[in-house]
Ligand binder design. Structure first.
Ligand code: IPM
Ligand code: MG
Length: 353
């Protein structure tokens, strides 16, 4: 039997409920493929502030670094919004990404056939969309110096060094090789020096991947193209802040943000989490959609643990549950045969493994 140590950060709001459902599905997969998962839970975000005064306790950093991979729920909520910025859950998250060295954030935006009507775009525009956004996660304007704020002025700096662009470009090109071999790099090279360096560097790295068709696009045009003709994209490669914005936009192609997983990988460890937030308004009611987190667990099996078969089993179970018409409340209006709560959706997917 194979054995993996998984660190869990359930976090705040619906984080707790959705991670519990992913664990249920992982147990089913473990039974079927003879895998044992050992879990250790760590605090981060609002719950860590309440318990320790610190959104990112050292114990969490050490624990996650020592695990094979981390499954993450969501953090934050209005309760902590008035804290000074360094003590907000979001600062903990940014520090966490940096400490974990997870520079590559993979955010797939896939449209399930059963849910083409759930999108606010026309079915003929979005049917078959399958995009992988590769977002640089621990550099750019989120972290650049100098930064600061006075009464009359505020400033941040967008900086990228060549090695940071190179390593994220390699991740994106390798992914493109396994997909449709098309990579579109997004920047603002008509205005920003940092984007010119980005474009030059990506172009250089492309020579190592002659099979991949590389194109470049300005970020404003990309925002437009994602709505106008999203099927033109396969892999999108971009920096931190453009990726933040474009990945939210891309997620809406699929109709519900409650479906989409993400992986943040680097040299030390990897963190898997739904791309949605902690949804404090519906927390504790058992109505959140756990599929994004269950799908994140599948990415964990695939990318960190090399358990492809087990990952496929989860992906297929999710698809079957969708086909069979099981929907959580967020998707109740779209061909639902039965509207189920969070726990029941977890059980259904587990039983389909
Ligand atoms: C995300 C979020 C975070 C980000 C926030 C919560 C700091 O929007 O993961 O996309 O901007 O990276
Ligand atoms: Mg975001």
């Amino acid at each position: 039997m194979k054995n993996y140590n998984i660190s869990l950060i359930k976090g705040d709001g619906i984080g707790v409920e959705i991670v519990d459902e992913a664990i249920k599905v992982l147990s089913a997969v473990g039974k079927k493929f003879d895998i044992n998962f050992e879990y250790k839970e760590y605090l981060m975000g609002g719950c860590a502030i309440d318990a320790t005064g610190n959104p990112l306790p050292q114990e969490t950093i050490d624990g996650v670094l020592n695990s094979d991979a981390c499954l993450f729920g969501a953090i934050g909520g209005p309760k902590w919004d008035n804290q000074p910025r360094e003590l907000r859950p979001e600062s903990g998250l940014l520090r966490f990404r940096k400490e974990m060295g997870v520079f590559a954030n993979l955010r797939p935006a896939v449209v399930y056939d059963e849910l083409v009507d759930a999108s606010s775009l026309k079915p003929e525009v979005i049917k078959g969309v399958d995009i992988m956004v590769v977002r640089e996660l621990i550099g750019g304007i989120y972290f650049g110096e100098p930064k600061g704020k006075t009464e009359t002025k505020g400033w941040n700096t967008m900086v990228y060094e060549v090695y940071e662009i190179e390593r994220i470009a390699h991740v994106a090109f390798k992914l493109a090789m396994k997909r449709d071999k098309k990579l579109c790099s997004i920047d603002k090279a008509n205005v920003l020096d940092v984007s010119q360096l980005w474009r030059d560097t990506v172009t250089k790295i492309a020579t190592q991947y002659p099979e991949v068709e590389l194109s470049h696009m300005y970020v404003d045009n990309c925002a437009m193209q994602l709505i106008a003709n999203p099927r033109q994209f396969d892999v999108i490669l971009t920096g931190n802040i453009f990726g933040d914005i474009l990945s939210d936009e891309a997620s809406m192609l699929s109709g519900s943000i409650g479906l989409l997983p993400s992986a943040s990988t680097g040299e030390k460890t990897a963190v898997y989490e739904p791309i949605h937030g902690s949804a404090p308004d519906i927390a504790g009611q058992g109505i959140a959609n756990p599929i994004a987190t269950i799908s994140s667990a599948s990415m964990m099996l695939r990318y960190s643990l090399g358990e492809e078969e087990a990952a496929d089993a989860i992906d297929n179970a999710i698809k079957t549950a969708m086909k069979d018409g099981y929907r959580t409340g967020d998707l109740a209006a779209f061909d639902a045969k039965e509207v189920v709560n969070t726990q029941r959706m977890g059980e259904i997917i587990a039983s389909l493994i």
